[in-house]
Ligand binder design. Structure first.
Ligand code: AP5
Ligand code: MG
Length: 188
């Protein structure tokens, strides 16, 4: 059996991470681990976590690091993440989460962190067109502000560890997929 591929997909809110993960999963057979999707599932199921997370998400704020680290730790312990490999989407997005990820992974090193680079004006337009519950102008502004203050340092953190690959996230979905596949192939 081939070795599992371990990736992080990175990028601003609305950059197309979820969209492109569908294609990465198809091509490489990875488990798609999206913390936003997991939180939305918890909200829909009205679990204790979901009830607490909903207001935070609607306001565009970040759910606490300890909660997020716990969720990801549990998810990465599941069989598929170990056998098929994974793409993490939406995590880590604070320096504390990046440090926790290192602990969680232990000797399972990452192959790379791919940054889907899309300018603020374009992601704003994409999110407004999508209209998810947290895609209000106020929550979008707050999320993008938190990207700059909390998440950008994680980008530099990956770069300093020679894990970062930046891909132009403007163009058609198919064009971006091609760039993404080439970037991942180059890391394997
Ligand atoms: P999360 O679900 O991660 O939301 P986000 O960060 O706002 O990112 P998105 O999912 O909006 O963007 P995306 O890059 O996946 O873009 P998409 O493919 O949808 O997190 C939600 C909330 O959960 C956070 O605000 C926070 O509260 C909490 N949370 C989650 N993780 C957390 C963590 N680790 N720590 C703390 N809190 C956490 O694409 C966007 C739109 O563009 C779509 O409509 C799509 O169809 C369209 N599109 C895609 N590609 C293209 C293209 N090439 N051209 C034109 N349109 C395109
Ligand atoms: Mg997403």
């Amino acid at each position: 059996m081939s070795n599992p591929i371990r990736l992080v997909i990175f990028g601003r809110q609305g950059a197309g991470k979820g969209t492109q993960c569908v294609r990465l999963v198809e091509r490489f057979g990875l488990a798609h681990i999206s913390t936003g999707d997991m939180l939305r599932a918890a909200v829909a199921a009205e679990t204790e976590l979901g009830l607490r997370a909903k207001a935070v998400m609607d306001a565009g704020n970040l759910v606490g690091d300890e909660i997020m680290n716990g969720i990801v730790r549990e998810r990465l312990a599941e069989d598929d993440a170990n056998t098929a490999g994974f793409v993490l989407d939406g995590f880590p997005r604070t320096s504390a989460q990046a440090e926790a990820l290192v602990q969680i992974l232990g000797d399972r090193t990452l192959h790379g962190a791919v940054n889907l680079d899309v300018p603020i004006a374009e992601v704003t337009e994409r999110m407004m067109a999508r209209g998810r519950e947290d895609d209000t102008p106020e929550a979008i502004a707050r999320r993008l502000e938190l990207y700059e203050s909390e998440t950008r340092p994680v980008l530099d953190w990956f770069d300093a560890r020679d894990l970062l690959v930046t891909v132009d996230g403007l163009g058609t979905e198919a064009e971006i997929t091609e760039r993404l596949f080439a970037a991942v192939d180059a890391r394997l």
